[in-house]
Design a protein around this ligand. Structure first.
Ligand SMILES: [Zn+2]
Length: 557
């Protein structure tokens, strides 16, 4: 039998088995739980590209699992750190502390990465490598220090005497670390095409990780060509390959297919790694590493023990930032992701048996259409690229007018993404309270054309955030870490010079897949609106764990 048909037959059988399990037929606990996040993967991709999916990738869930078709992130700042932090904790930044990917320290105003930790070191990175200016420092140590709560992985270990293995794997440190939690055996992430972790988890990389790195698999992608998987006509639903607004510079990948992955370098170096992360090869590498992890750590291989693998694919986010959700690149990567998942599930089936697995698939956030794409259809639809400097300038001007300029032309404010922070030194100089300044800053922000609403720290501390998106803002507000003014842009307005972005409470950013397959899952389509904060309590329920300490979400089954 052709392998694909053999697999299809397996899927049919397993779908039946999972259905029976869902009716209380099996009290068996899964040998392996796999929680998969696809970074920046909107729910509507599953419908838009569905006709091109194979039988065993996304269709494993869509045809044989449970599909919560209206699942949303409930918080406002829909970024990678906050999205991944909700998934397995069941709580938001107000409690878990992860308000963004990075933010400024409230007292020192120094930048903080959500998983940065100067007390630890990343392991196995070659010293002295250059990285692209303006990108994160690959040598900054990473740990879950800033995560204020436990994850399902932590709860699983606590409940089972520490026996379960919990491993996080992602191209991005924040995804691997925030999904897996405080007690994880490892959170592996990729820097310079090598997999690393930090001394938070272990003293040295395991031999199998060193071997994977020594094989030079990322560098072997140098010079590879990314071409469309399907015939070019299939991509016409996305519009032309070369569309206005697409990023033409990152990694020298250009705006059209085919794309040669060199970053413009003559050998693997910083710009090559920068190019690689936007391509399907980045996900192929990660899944290759993940298979190694399953084999060498024997995940799901011990009788009576449930292990947890947290996996996040980052290429979809990088590619989506470059080309936007309506690009041919994003479509091709989605279809290739489907094929990669199918291969990965076949691997799990052969090694462990899918009937012994529980697999969940979701995303940390969606993405906005590009303003240029919107305006090509209708220039009258409000959409645009924000200059953050204009917000800052309007608020500074209002403060100067109300209280008089500061000595030596000092600034009142600093912008921290879409938050503003007031310097205490300015308040001291003018002998005014923070409350007085906050009110002036809010009123000024509301006069800026791209601002939909703004909340002061005072309002959020009192839990008074009026308006349709107030509840989402409160979930993103952490009193120890957030700024003094929280600004929300209008729909289709974001900060980024080319390509697209995310980070709002609007549906294009919040609506994500929430798909379940395997042990304890009752197959079917669920149209009701649910939250990504329902994932953790549901997983706890299926695993027979106590509900996560802080979670307020619902058990979906
Ligand atoms: Zn992103």
């Amino acid at each position: 039998m052709h392998p694909r048909f053999r697999f299809r037959a397996w899927i049919l059988f397993l779908g039946l088995a999972a259905g029976l399990a869902g009716r209380g037929w099996a009290e068996e606990k899964p040998a392996l739980v796999v929680v998969i996040s696809i970074d920046q993967f909107r729910r509507d991709y599953l419908d838009r590209f569905r006709q091109h999916f194979g039988p065993g990738g996304f269709n494993l869930f869509l045809q044989h699992g449970a599909d919560f078709a209206d699942a949303h992130h409930r918080h406002s700042i829909t970024k990678t750190g906050p999205g991944h932090a909700v998934m397995l904790t069941g709580v938001h930044a107000d409690v878990n502390g992860i308000i963004g990917n990075d933010w400024l320290d409230r007292n020192t105003f120094e930048p903080i990465s959500c998983v940065g930790d100067t007390s630890v070191e990343n392991l196995g990175l070659p010293p002295g490598m250059k990285h692209v200016p303006g990108t994160e420092n690959p040598y900054l140590g990473r740990s879950p220090k800033n995560l204020l709560v436990t994850t399902i992985g932590d709860d699983l270990k606590l409940d089972r005497g520490g026996r379960p293995k919990v491993i996080g794997i992602s191209n991005k440190h924040r995804a691997a670390i925030l999904m897996s939690g405080k007690s994880a055996d490892a959170a592996y992430f990729m820097e310079f095409g090598r997999m690393t972790t930090s001394t938070y988890y272990m003293k040295a990389l395991p031999a199998w990780v060193q071997e994977w790195n020594q094989a030079g698999k990322a560098d072997a992608c140098f010079g590879k060509v990314w071409e469309r998987l399907l015939p070019a006509e299939s991509y016409e639903i996305q519009g032309p390959d070369d569309a206005p607004g697409e990023d033409d510079t990152t990694g020298k990948l250009g705006r059209t297919f085919p794309k040669t992955i060199t970053g413009g370098e003559t050998k693997p170096d910083a710009d090559f790694y920068d190019a690689l992360e936007n391509t399907p090869f980045y996900s192929e590498l990660l899944l290759d590493f993940t298979k190694s992890a399953v084999e060498h750590e024997n995940l799901g291989g011990r009788a009576g023990v449930t292990d947890l693998l947290c996996l996040s694919l980052s290429a979809n986010d990088h590619c989506g930032h470059m080309y936007g959700p309506d690009s041919q690149e994003v479509m091709d990567l989605a279809i290739r992701t489907d094929r990669m998942l199918e291969q990965f599930f076949q691997f799990l089936d052969q090694r462990i048996g899918l009937a012994k697995c529980l697999i969940v698939l979701t995303a940390d956030h969606g993405v906005s259409p590009m303003p240029e794409h919107i305006h090509a259809l209708n220039p009258d639809v409000p959409a645009g690229r924000i200059e953050g400097g204009r917000l800052l300038a309007a608020c500074e001007k209002a403060l100067n007018e109300k209280f008089g300029p500061l000595a030596d032309g000092t600034r009142w404010l600093v912008r921290d993404d879409m938050m503003l922070r007031i310097f205490p030194s300015a308040l001291a100089e003018k002998k005014i309270s923070s409350l007085q300044a906050q009110a002036v800053v809010r009123d000024a922000a509301l006069t800026v054309d791209f601002v939909a609403t703004a909340y002061t720290r005072d309002q959020l501390e009192r839990g008074e955030a009026p308006g349709e998106y107030g509840a989402a803002a409160l979930l993103s507000f952490n009193r120890e870490r957030s700024g003094d003014l929280f600004v929300q842009s209008r729909p289709y307005y974001f900060i980024r010079k080319t390509g697209s972005n995310h980070g709002s409470p609007y549906n294009y950013d919040t609506h994500v897949p929430l798909l379940w397959y395997g042990v304890g899952v009752k197959p079917g389509v669920h149209p009701e609106k649910v939250g990504t904060d329902d994932l953790a309590p549901t997983l706890a329920h299926l695993l027979g764990l106590p509900a996560p300490p802080h979670s307020q979400g619902h058990v979906l089954f």
